[in-house]
Design a protein around this ligand. Structure first.
Ligand SMILES: [Zn+2]
Ligand SMILES: [Zn+2]
Length: 327
């Protein structure tokens, strides 16, 4: 099968022919129809995440059809369309797994990071971690739901019942979260790189009541903010923008260092937290909710062989919505 392979961090991916993987007892073999490109892929390729599997096929927002399955597979049959997310395997035994926090499992394995992913014509996945994909989405439209949607949803849940919600970094996750937030009756305030009027217009097209530069304060105090951009200096800015008792959620897996800030910004019961990975329950909740909103994704599709160019465009902020590779 054709695949894009990372052989060492900070190198371009190389187009190679690999043997098609064989599913083991609880795995399915999926013919990849679409794989969205996530900022985490960029962090893996750029060497910002420790100890990836090497060589590695990146990609963890995979949609495809099951073409082969292990003898123990029970949830799915050949021909079913499934999504393969970032969370690829958990131990089921550790304290985190046994307290409904499998996202924090000590031995978790992650698609496109410690397991091979979807920048390829085929991928294998443990059936227990795959999701059925709602019928009303095309393959390419569904792909960004697998991470941008799921991690975005988990971040949104962490904001509780916040009415006025700030979102820093208006990319793939934000454009999905904004739709769910609006559906839930919240007001979205979008913050982008200073001067990025295109991203601000994009945010408004998804119902943001206000869009502006990340360094400016919103017209009203926010009840919560989610930071999707991997930029540490946004943390004190977001804390400054939330009201007493407000929450700031860091939704990314990697962030540059957070500068020192006065305790005043956290005082008055403001909360600062991060979101790590996802649980299968997040997925079940989100995929039940998405068609009702209905969540629409804005996608740009590219051939698999263009993966390096797509990663460069994502790095420089030239993707609005989500980029999706189609083998
Ligand atoms: Zn991701
Ligand atoms: Zn575990």
């Amino acid at each position: 099968m054709r695949a894009m392979l990372l052989e060492a961090p900070r190198q371009a991916l190389r187009a190679v022919d690999l043997p098609t993987p064989k599913p083991d007892a609880t795995q399915v073999l999926v013919k990849v129809a679409a794989c969205a490109v996530c900022r985490t892929d960029l962090h893996v390729v750029d060497g910002e995440l420790a100890k990836p599997k090497l060589p590695l096929v990146p990609g963890h927002e995979i949609v495809g059809v099951i073409v082969e399955k292990g003898e123990g597979v029970q949830r799915f049959k050949i021909g079913d369309r499934v999504g393969i997310p970032w969370l690829g395997w958990t131990c089921g035994e550790c304290g985190f797994c046994r307290s409904e926090r499998e996202n924090l499992c000590d031995r978790a394995r992650f698609t496109g990071y410690t397991l091979d992913g979807g920048y390829a014509e085929f991928a294998v996945a443990d059936e227990r971690f795959c999701f059925p994909i709602p019928k009303n989405y095309s393959d390419a439209e569904a792909a960004p739901l697998l991470c941008a949607g799921l991690i975005g949803y988990r971040s949104l849940v962490k904001t509780g019942s916040a009415k006025r919600l700030g979102i820093y970094g208006f990319g793939a996750a934000a454009h999905i979260v904004a739709q769910v937030a609006r559906y839930q009756g919240r007001e979205v305030f979008a913050f982008t790189r200073p001067g990025d009027s295109e991203a601000q217009a994009f945010a408004k097209s998804f119902g943001a009541v206000w869009a502006g530069d990340s360094e400016t304060l919103p017209p009203e105090k926010l009840d919560a903010a989610i930071i999707f951009a991997p930029v540490g200096p946004l943390v004190p800015l977001a804390l400054r923008a939330v009201a007493k008792g407000g929450t700031v959620v860091c939704g990314g897996i990697h962030m540059s260092d957070i500068p020192a800030f006065p305790y005043d910004l956290l005082w008055q019961e403001r909360t600062l937290c991060s979101v790590a990975n996802l649980t299968r329950r997040d997925g079940a909740e989100f995929f039940a909710l998405a068609p009702h909103v209905p969540v629409r994704t804005t996608v740009q599709t590219f051939p698999l062989a263009d993966a390096n160019a797509v990663l460069n465009r994502l790095r420089s902020g030239q993707i609005h919505g989500a980029a999706v590779l189609v083998p």
